[in-house]
Design a protein around this ligand. Structure first.
Ligand SMILES: [Mg+2]
Length: 143
């Protein structure tokens, strides 16, 4: 697949279902945070995010949040109730944090997907790490 395009596109994270993850043999899902799993205005995980994380966990898919956001305390506070590890100040498109995370949890690039909203950071980092790049359009607005 071209470096210029994501391997799969979704409207929102909820559309990445456990069924799709299973079909695509994804065992490690690296997720961007801002505008992928939350809007900047969301200080706590939304209910649908907590449910989605739980569904992924039941499907035996490990989630690790990898963000360029440098606000360590905010990220820890956000991620802790979800029970998912987080990496802050990842400096995507540099792919070193993606590779380190795969090594830390013992997953191969072929078992891994990077999910994010931005081509210039998330998609490129995935390409450099030689993992699949899945792109979401946006985090939906809360009505
Ligand atoms: Mg983002």
């Amino acid at each position: 697949m071209s470096i210029f395009s994501a391997d799969k596109k979704f409207e929102k994270f909820e559309d990445v279902t456990p069924e799709i993850l299973k079909k695509e043999k994804v065992k490690l899902l690296l997720c961007d945070l801002d505008n992928t799993l939350r809007l900047h205005s969301e200080k706590e995980p939304a209910d649908e995010l907590a449910e989605w994380v739980e569904d992924c966990r039941k499907a035996k898919v490990k989630i690790v949040i990898i963000s360029n956001n440098g606000r360590k305390k905010m990220m820890q506070k956000f991620c802790e109730p979800l029970g998912v590890p987080c990496v802050w100040w990842a400096r995507k498109p540099v792919s070193v944090k993606l590779t380190e995370t795969m090594e830390k949890y013992n997953f191969k690039p072929s078992e891994t997907v990077m999910l994010g909203d931005k081509w210039s950071t998330d998609v490129l980092a995935a390409k450099f790490a030689k993992v699949r790049a899945w792109k979401v359009e946006h985090r939906r607005n809360i009505v």
